[in-house]
Design a protein around this ligand. Structure first.
Ligand code: ADP
Ligand code: ADP
Length: 217
């Protein structure tokens, strides 16, 4: 599902964030991406989400070679990817419902389908009944759940998370991880960047470890 073949990423300032990186994740796999700060974890996720493009090498996602993807196809491609961030990037002047509905509005879904899907997504993350709240009225863990609901509302086959528990205490972090596991259990490929070793070591998933933009042995 996710295939990196000798991938290099050099930023315009000439910094090489990824250097000859090769690995792959199976369809339906759940894995962690770890490594020191600056190792290249966010860069790797950005290449998958086509927020950045590789300088050399092939990134092949769901049999599509991203290097060959024309610009006009990118918005369609991105619907395949759910993204969860550490600071959840919610719009604070919009309700929970409106935040989660955003990807569906962008992809032009009809009103009724939006209502149905938003409620299904909020139900999955345990927030049904909070639709009318503003994010500010929710706890940190609940805000992260809204971010996850927004990421999955399009039912993407791939879910990427960049330090999703970075701001949460251990108990809430574990709950968030259980949510990711639930999506994985219905077939979603889940890839989570995290440096929370305590949390990760208690879970049975593969770890891709980066060190200075390369796979660590
Ligand atoms: P991590 O997520 O593991 O902390 P990043 O992928 O964010 O690592 O960063 C990897 C390296 O690339 C770091 O040295 C960082 O400073 C550098 N970097 C990240 N983004 C940019 C950018 N837009 N321009 C230049 N350098 C960048
Ligand atoms: P319903 O059974 O009401 O049609 P769906 O099957 O459409 O509900 O999905 C409910 C929720 O499942 C989605 O809104 C989403 O939160 C979650 N989901 C996300 N990704 C997937 C996926 N790839 N496969 C199945 N369910 C997913």
């Amino acid at each position: 599902m996710i295939n990196f073949n000798q991938v290099y990423k050099r930023y315009p300032n000439q910094h090489e964030a990824l250097s000859g990186l090769s690995f792959h994740l199976e369809r339906g796999e759940m894995a962690f991406l770890t490594g020191h700060s600056g190792a290249g974890k966010s860069t790797l996720l950005k290449l998958i989400a086509l927020i950045e493009r590789s300088t050399h090498g092939q990134v092949i996602i769901n049999n599509q070679n991203l290097g060959r993807m024309p610009r006009w196809k990118v918005p369609y491609y991105r619907r395949m990817i759910g993204l969860v961030f550490q600071d959840h990037n919610l719009l604070h002047d919009r309700t929970v419902f409106d935040n989660v509905a955003l990807p569906l509005i962008i992809s032009g879904e009809n009103h009724r389908e939006i209502g149905r899907r938003v409620r299904a997504a909020l139900d999955k993350v345990g927030l049904l009944g909070k639709e009318r709240n503003l994010p500010i009225a929710l706890s940190g863990g609940e805000q992260q759940r809204v971010g996850i609901a927004r990421a999955v509302v399009n039912r993407p086959p791939i879910l990427l998370a960049d330090e999703p528990t970075g701001n949460l205490d251990p108990e809430l972090s574990q709950e968030i991880m259980q949510l990711f596991e639930q999506f994985n259990q219905v077939g979603v490929t889940v890839f989570i960047a995290s440096h929370d070793h305590d949390l990760i070591s208690r879970m049975p998933y593969r770890r891709i470890v980066l060190q200075n933009g390369r796979l660590a042995e």
